[in-house]
Ligand binder design. Structure first.
Ligand SMILES: [Cu+2]
Length: 509
């Protein structure tokens, strides 16, 4: 059925009038140069030796400079970009409640910004081009003043051409700690798309892979292809996972080890949960406590329904001594959401795909709620010029950047995210809200069994997800899909928390 659907969709794609694209079936992932004229490139590396800098931020300004770097994968040398010349960028550790200054310098020949993902920071430092700041041009600097009101795992990445800049290595993790924080081991998951010549090309004029997103065929963890963690202590360890892939969702397992899910995007869950696996969409974070019943070697897998891939190894010297666990819990969330459980949503957002020249194709049968792998590599050369992903208000029908909500500070907005299968191409969407935090109330009517604050939620194909957004941080903020190619094919709306800034022409609802 799925094959038939894929064929039907691929065949239909050819029928889109007015689109002149060259699609090759013989070489999956190959992009004909006809899709764009100007290749995006990196200059020869300035940093041939890998550094692995971490920093605990102080009252001194911290310098973050985008530099060319060579990423070594197998026997390949890939020209890439890294913050301070390393991939990932420096792991930044800060205390909850602190303020810090970060001076970003851009040596790329392209514009960039830095978005501090998940922070409820001051709006002007949110890193959204032409909304909160001007882009940082080549050889320009921008000074960010950051505040860190929540403990947890956060990250930073560009908000211009994420498809290219983030895939090239521009991402880094932030640990915001308080007195109860454990020592976190960072596990930054990525996949990069390689072909016979190196990195599958990017073009200045267009975004490729606009339908499926750019799935990689080479996994990297913390910027390297082989992940090994030596565990010599007999205490439980805490793995902090972050997914920085353009589109790929991971399903993580560590067979034989006991995993307890303790934190989500913004700190502790209300109740810890022992789990066998977890799904991590782009931009999401999960912290698990891991205990090993015996010494030995354990494998970290991406184990999805289509494929099981070993990502790394944990070498354990001593079995974990099961000391009483110091539970990190957040109380009161169930009480907070109770009044909203059965109330109607304030807003319903439909997630969809607009292919203006394609007729209605009827309902699709989709077996999985998630595209785990690139099942349609023949569509790689379809660009954002012919595809428009949409966020649409169900009542006003306003779409993407024409949709701008106005929500009072201190309010809670119950928002229903509907990802209908009645779409030319159903796909899962990790939906991110900037500058605030939310709770996932339910998925397809089934209540979330352990609540925790989040900033990104994966809405599977055919799913309806209800969230409760706490409007706590003033400013104009984005709502968007965190699949880089979907974002750059239009899938972004905004909201204003608090008063309308002077001079803003809003489309408030
Ligand atoms: Cu999407």
């Amino acid at each position: 059925m799925k094959q038939a659907y894929i064929f039907f969709l691929a065949a239909s794609m050819f029928l889109i009038a007015g689109i002149s694209i060259f699609v090759t079936f013989s070489s999956p992932g190959h992009l004909d140069s006809a899709v764009g004229q100007t290749l995006l490139v990196t200059p020869p590396s300035l940093n041939l030796s890998r550094v692995s800098e971490s920093a605990t931020l102080t009252s001194e300004p911290y310098a973050l400079t985008i530099l060319p770097v060579t990423q070594h994968i197998g026997n390949r040398s890939l020209p890439s970009w890294g913050y301070n010349g390393q991939i990932p960028g420096p792991l930044l550790t800060v205390w909850k409640g602190s303020n810090h200054t970060i001076v970003v310098t851009n040596t790329m020949p392209y514009e960039t910004t830095v978005h501090w993902h998940g922070l409820r920071l001051e709006n002007q430092f949110d890193g959204v081009p032409d909304v909160t700041q001007k882009p940082i041009g080549p050889n320009e600097t921008f000074t960010y003043q950051l505040t860190f009101p929540d403990a947890g795992i956060f990250w930073y990445h560009p908000h211009i051409r994420e498809d290219y800049q983030q895939e090239a290595g521009l991402y880094g993790m932030i640990h915001v700690i308080d007195e109860t924080s454990p020592h976190y081991y960072p596990v930054v998951l990525d996949d990069i798309a390689l072909d016979a010549n190196g990195t599958v090309p990017f073009y200045e004029e267009v975004i490729t892979h606009a339908v499926m997103g750019r799935y990689g065929n080479q996994y990297v963890i913390n910027g390297r292809e082989a992940y090994i963690l030596n565990v010599t202590d007999s205490k439980p360890i805490y793995l902090a996972f972050l997914n920085v892939a353009n589109v790929r969702p991971f399903r993580i397992t560590i067979p034989g080890a006991k995993m307890t899910h303790i934190e989500g995007d913004l700190g502790s869950l209300e109740h810890e949960q022992v789990i066998d696996s977890f799904v991590l969409a782009p931009a999401e974070r999960v912290v698990v406590r891991v205990e090993f019943p015996a010494a030995g070697t354990y494998t970290l897998y991406n184990d999805n329904p289509l494929k099981q891939t070993a990502l790394g190894t944990l070498v354990v010297t001593n079995p974990t001594q099961l000391s009483p666990n110091e539970e990190r819990t957040t109380s009161g969330l169930s009480a907070l959401v109770q009044p909203y459980r059965s109330s109607p949503p304030n807003h319903t957002l439909n997630l969809g795909l607009d292919l203006p020249n394609m007729g209605h194709m009827g309902a699709m049968h989709v077996e999985d709620r998630i595209e785990w792998e690139d099942t349609m590599p023949m569509m790689a050369s379809i660009t954002n010029e012919s595809v428009r992903w949409t966020i649409t208000d169900a009542v006003t029908k306003k779409q993407n950047m024409a949709l701008q909500y106005l929500w009072p500070l201190g309010s809670y907005q119950k928002i229903r995210l509907v990802n209908s299968l009645e779409s030319p191409h159903p796909m899962q969407h990790p939906i991110h809200f900037h500058g605030q935090r939310f709770l996932v109330l339910s998925t397809n009517g089934i209540p979330t069994n352990s609540l925790g604050w989040k900033d990104t939620v994966l809405v599977g194909m055919g799913d309806t997800v209800d969230i409760l957004l706490e409007v706590s941080n003033p400013g104009e903020w984005m709502i968007h899909c965190h699949i880089a190619e979907h974002l750059q094919s239009g899938m972004m709306s905004s909201f204003i928390a608090g008063d309308i800034p002077a001079g803003k022409n809003t489309h408030a609802n």
